[in-house]
Ligand binder design. Structure first.
Ligand code: GLY
Length: 353
């Protein structure tokens, strides 16, 4: 059923029971049958450790307390990283593509009605998660990409801004000038730019459940650094970088997006939780699946990390690669306060990032 049809059906039903709505814009959260509160709810989590965890989750938690909306809360958390130029993997300050242009991907999903929206290869807008939310709530579509996504954002009043910070530009130039000694780009003669610029796929997942069991999630990223222009990772693909189901829980992915897309990673995690696995075991199961489809650990020189929460508010986190000094982490906040939990990893190996 299309989103428009779904909405029309709802309005007809609502009229039948005497409900009226002064606006049609926002997909009504009101229709959702409420679930009995569980003790660990509400909960908000993000795929980061202490420092970013606090930066993201404290304002997200405050938003949840003020508005009561789990969508507002996850959006607030995602926006914190998107707007911070110090993070080089999300939003403003994200590392650019091979042409030095920042292209952002983001998705959002709302559990009660399985509604979702996403933007990909979006340029010049600092908060792609908020644009994704508008795609979800104000269109009958799910994915908008490139210039179409930009036009849509501008129609909704978003300001076009330069997303390439000086720090990101210099890292890109170092990468470009050290790419080959057979092209026409030279690093400075003083050796200043000699350091090899690794490719990164940093991203953030922000997931949350309100005290009535309604689940929402966002994944937002600047994607793989130095990517081919137009490359879209897993973050804006529903089921890959993000999946949410009110009956089960939510999951999000970071790391090499191509692997997450070809395994429908976040959907896999949610479905494994549906079949009885804990969030931790489900995150480990997808990491194992990715290793398996690549023919074993010897063929895995990349990393992916998954975080998950089940409908009871239990969290899990696992990565493919890790080491004693570089374990995957997930941060969460609930009524008992803020916590960072160490996840597990399947292959002992140094992690580049
Ligand atoms: N997981 C982020 C990306 O591959 O773009």
């Amino acid at each position: 059923m299309s989103k428009a049809l779904n909405r029309r059906k709802f309005l007809k039903k609502a009229a039948g029971v005497g409900l009226t709505f002064p606006f049609l814009g926002k997909f009504p959260e009101i229709i959702i049958p409420r679930r009995k509160a569980a003790s660990k709810l509400p909960v908000l989590l993000c795929s980061r450790s202490e420092e970013w965890g606090k930066k993201v989750l404290n304002p997200a938690w405050d938003t949840l307390q003020h508005t009561g909306s789990i969508l507002d809360a996850v959006e607030k958390g995602a926006n914190v990283v998107e707007l911070d130029p110090e993070d080089s993997s999300v939003g403003y300050g994200g590392l650019p593509n091979e042409e030095g242009v920042v292209q952002l991907d983001a998705s959002i999903m709302y559990g009660p009605n399985h509604n979702c929206g996403s933007v990909a290869a979006l340029e010049n807008i600092k908060t792609p998660a908020s644009v994704a939310r508008l795609v979800m709530e104000r269109t009958d579509h799910i994915h908008l990409v490139g210039t179409g996504a930009l036009r849509f954002a501008k129609m909704h009043g978003f300001k076009e801004e330069n997303l390439l910070t000086e720090k990101a530009r210099i890292r890109w130039l170092k990468w470009k000038e050290n790419l080959s000694d057979k092209d026409d780009w030279f690093p400075p003669a003083d050796g200043k730019y000699k350091k090899k610029q690794e490719r990164t796929t940093g991203t953030i997942n922000v997931l949350g459940i309100d005290d009535e069991g309604n689940i929402a999630g966002i994944t937002t990223t600047s994607g793989l650094s130095w990517k081919i222009p137009g490359r879209i990772g897993d973050s804006p693909i529903i089921g890959a970088g993000l999946y949410v189901d009110n009956e089960v829980g939510a999951a999000g992915a970071t790391g090499r997006g191509e692997e997450v897309i070809r395994t429908c990673g976040s959907f896999y995690v949610v479905e494994r939780m549906r079949s009885g696995l804990s969030p931790q075991a489900a995150c480990e199961a997808i990491c194992q699946r990715i290793i398996d489809i690549n023919g074993g650990p010897e063929n895995v020189d990349f990393n992916d990390k998954f975080v998950a929460v089940n409908k009871n508010g239990e969290v899990g986190c696992a990565s493919i690669r890790g080491s004693k000094n570089k374990k995957p982490m997930v941060a969460y906040i609930n009524k008992d306060g803020f916590k960072v939990v160490e996840g597990s990893y399947l292959i002992e190996a140094p992690v580049k990032k």
